[in-house]
Design a binder for this molecule. Structure first.
Ligand code: G6P
Length: 782
């Protein structure tokens, strides 16, 4: 009947009721079996006790009779014996006594005892033989009788025997009443259990189930919901957790589908995570994808005795995770967290993201010496300042180079282990930490497609030429089938460097290096950010409240706010931007008390002296400028020197009237694109260094030279004084660009370029890979 009225939810309740019936029946059966077992045991024990009591009483009677009867039997006083026996007539439960001579001829007895003795003759015989005078039981007229026999000792030995008969029927009666009581108990318990179960179901299960049912219905109809209203008890917690996950996944899938539909409708060709997933699956077919980077996407850390999993500060993770998630690939990276080792299996594997595992993280372990020489030493004191023209002198130490080679080999071994058994695996190597890896992998697996993406600038040949191991680095890189940079200028510098320093032929037509018939293609592929769907963004207007709250937290009140978000790195031009702010306040005192700049700075690579010193320098500069201009409740610079998650940074982006990106040199700089992506109100002005890769794409930013303090301070003034119309027009154009050139497009183009590589058959020579002549259209910027 219920199915007629309520189509979808009722089967759920009905099956819930069936479930509760089954539960009740099982409970009742369980209780009945246990109760009956207990009663059986109790009945058995009671019967044994009562029988023992009966036997003892019979023995007492028999012994007292024997004492009086013995002299009378000896003296043949039959009438005396009869009188004696008659005294036992009508004793409670005593059915009769009988006295016999040595030949077992009856001498005396109570009335009717002959009939009893005749019926219980067999039992009497057993009673004579029973040890300890325990007697024997026998049935008589539908009752149970008991007889005990005792020899009569005369002056000259055994003079005869006496028998005491008792009615044992009351034992059966008591057993019957015990069973009746037990059955009544089982019945009462059954009623109680059924009632208690029904009440429990009503109050504890039915209501939450009804809530869950309603929540699922709402979810199906698309109503936004945080999660079902379930009790907090432990039993419901996993159900609630899974329900919330289900809702999140469904909502995300719905949003993506709606976005896809919207884009199809609008005829746009925007890349989304779903499109990337489908694209990767068709392009790579059965080939598996492997990503290598030094920084891991998830770090397990022990805090207050518990293991926590966090995402390290890195734009790389944002960019690469969608690729891994889309392909269920493997990410090979250094394990750096304090609880990393205890969180992996014996192959160094852990599935991530922790709350919704979609790909495998393979951790590689380095010794502290290796990390020092490879990461802090060669990569960050050598290559980093070598490639960034920021006037910090690179340091090249031979032992650091040795560690760099050793660690590259460790990673190559790990990659080879992971790709063993895979046909034509695709390997994406990331960044300047692994220049030697492509050659190491290709030497063993020429069938692998290998790309390396260099996320930092590539300098001109003169600048690169100071590196003592320049040839080895280039040789390692040219092991790859594809080398990617963010901008065309870095590709040009790379080809010029190869041309100048290595024996090779530069194929300008294909934009590739040809070494003995083996090609390495060089492509500009500008990395980007995800660009969240509009629906995920908070409503415009909230940002004013956010600004007031954020500044108040820093003890400042100001109607205008600027923001800078950087790793604390000398290439980011942070002291330069502070000095420009100082000049700005000098030249435009009307902004004193009106505009505050918030600098978020994540400490980075602090064991390196230059980075350690930079922290001091930035702090001192902020304090010096604050001392000059501060007033009650206001200061020009708020410096927040700690790591902030992306979620914590978003409100700053949304509330800031301007964002300063003043890198002295930068591969791309994702902060610039993150700021644009965050401004769904089309407000805010981006001030961007012309030495950051992002400036090649974001032409509507105010482009600046961070070394030019005057010029930079003018740009700050221009940004704050800009008309809302101009601000909106510039931001709208930049947003359109970043929306279309998002990180999914970057990943799709990279995969597309890699998949288009045609590898030469192994018997044509180990190093004979060649690219198909008809490459997919190259990345934007070419
Ligand atoms: C640069 C590199 C990235 C790296 C980031 C953080 O942007 O190009 O690959 O993830 O710095 O550096 P870290 O040394 O902290 O990994």
């Amino acid at each position: 009947m219920c199915a007629r009225f309520r189509l979808w939810p009722t089967p759920c309740i009905c099956s819930g009721m069936r479930l509760s019936m089954r539960l009740t029946l099982s409970l009742v059966a369980g209780v009945a079996v246990v109760s009956l077992g207990l009663t059986l045991y109790q009945a058995h024990a009671q019967r044994r006790g009562l029988r023992r009591e009966l036997q003892q009483r019979a023995l007492v009677v028999a012994e007292s009779l024997e004492k009086s009867a013995a002299p009378l039997v000896d003296g043949h006083s039959t009438s005396e014996l009869q009188r004696l026996a008659a005294q036992f007539q009508n004793h409670e439960r005593l059915a009769g006594v009988a006295v016999y001579d040595a030949q077992k001829t009856p001498l005396a007895g109570t009335a009717g005892v002959d009939e009893l003795a005749a019926a219980g003759a067999g039992a009497l015989r057993r009673a004579i033989e029973a040890p300890g005078g325990s007697g024997a039981f026998f049935p008589w007229k539908g009752k149970t009788m008991h007889v005990v026999a005792l020899p009569i000792s005369g002056a000259t030995g055994s003079a005869g025997m006496l028998a005491v008969f008792q009615d044992a029927g009351y034992i059966d009666a008591q057993e019957v009443s015990l069973w009746k009581r037990a059955l009544a108990g089982v019945a009462a318990q059954t009623v109680m259990i059924v009632c208690a179960t029904l009440l429990f179901l009503r109050w504890s299960l039915r209501r939450p189930l009804a809530h869950l049912e309603k929540w699922l219905r709402d979810l199906r109809r698309g109503a936004p919901s945080e999660g079902p209203d379930l009790p907090e008890e432990a039993g419901f917690a996993p159900l609630k957790r899974e329900a919330v996950r289900l809702a999140t996944t469904l909502t995300a899938a719905r949003a993506a589908a709606e976005e896809e539909a919207r884009l199809r409708d609008a005829g746009e060709s925007q890349w989304t995570e779903e499109r990337l997933r489908a694209f990767i699956q068709t392009r790579l077919e059965a080939q598996r994808l492997f990503v290598v980077s030094n920084r891991e996407p998830y770090e397990h850390v022990r805090r207050n005795g518990a293991v926590e999993c966090s995402v390290p500060a890195s734009g790389l993770v944002t960019a690469l995770e969608p690729i891994l998630r889309a392909s269920d690939g493997t990410w090979i990276a250094q394990g750096t967290g304090s609880a990393d080792r205890e969180s992996v299996d014996d192959r160094g594997h852990v599935r991530v993201p922790p709350e919704y595992p979609q790909y495998t993280l393979r951790r590689v372990w380095l010794t502290p010496e290796e990390e020092q020489g490879f990461y802090f030493g060669f990569a960050n004191e050598g290559l980093w300042p070598l490639c960034h023209i920021a006037h910090t002198r690179p340091v090249f130490r031979a032992p650091d180079w040795e560690y760099y080679r050793t660690v590259n080999q460790h990673f190559a071994d790990a990659v080879l282990e992971e790709i063993a058994g895979e046909r034509n695996p695709a390997v994406l190597v990331q960044d300047y930490h692994f220049a030697l890896l492509p050659k190491m992998i290709k030497a063993v697996r020429p069938d692998a497609r290998v790309a390396i993406f260099w996320h930092i600038p590539w300098p001109n040949p003169e600048a690169f030429g100071i590196c003592p191991w320049q040839a080895e680095l280039l040789d390692g890189l040219l092991g790859a089938d594809l080398v990617g940079f963010h901008v065309q200028a870095h590709c040009n510098n790379f080809l010029d460097t190869v041309d100048r320093l290595l024996e090779s032929r530069i194929d300008r037509e294909r934009f590739a290096v040809n070494r003995g018939g083996r090609f390495t293609y060089v492509r500009p592929l500008p990395i980007s950010v995800p660009f969240a769907a509009e629906a995920a963004m908070p409503a415009p207007g909230e940002s004013n409240l956010e600004r007031v709250a954020m500044l108040r937290a820093a003890g400042v009140e100001a109607p205008m706010m600027g923001v800078g978000v950087d790793r604390l790195d000398y290439t980011k031009g942070i002291p330069e931007r502070f000095r420009a702010l100082e000049t700005f306040f000098e030249k435009h005192p009307s902004y004193v008390g009106e505009f505050t700049f918030v600098q978020i700075g994540a400490p980075s690579r602090t064991p390196i002296r230059r980075y350690h010193d930079l922290m001091g320098e930035v702090t001192e500069e902020a304090e010096r400028i604050n001392r000059r201009f501060r007033s009650n409740g206001w200061k020009p610079i708020v410096f927040l020197p700690r790591h902030h998650s992306h979620e914590q940074i978003l409100p700053y982006y949304r509330a800031a009237d301007l964002c300063l990106v003043t890198s002295l040199h930068d591969g791309m700089n994702l902060v610039a694109k993150e700021y644009v992506a965050a401004r769904n109100d089309e407000g805010g002005v981006l001030i961007l260094s012309r030495f950051a890769g992002a400036s090649h794409e974001l032409a509507d930013a105010l482009l600046v030279n961070p070394y030019d303090t005057e010029g930079l301070s003018d740009a700050i003034y221009r940004a704050l004084a800009m008309t809302p119309e101009e601000r909106r027009a510039r931001m709208a154009r930049m947003r359109m660009y970043v929306r279309e050139h998002n990180v999914y497009r970057w990943a799709g183009t990279l995969i597309s370029e890699l998949a288009a590589i045609r590898l030469q058959a192994p018997d044509h020579g180990r190093h004979g890979a060649a690219m198909a002549a008809e490459l997919a259209p190259v990345a934007p910027g070419r």
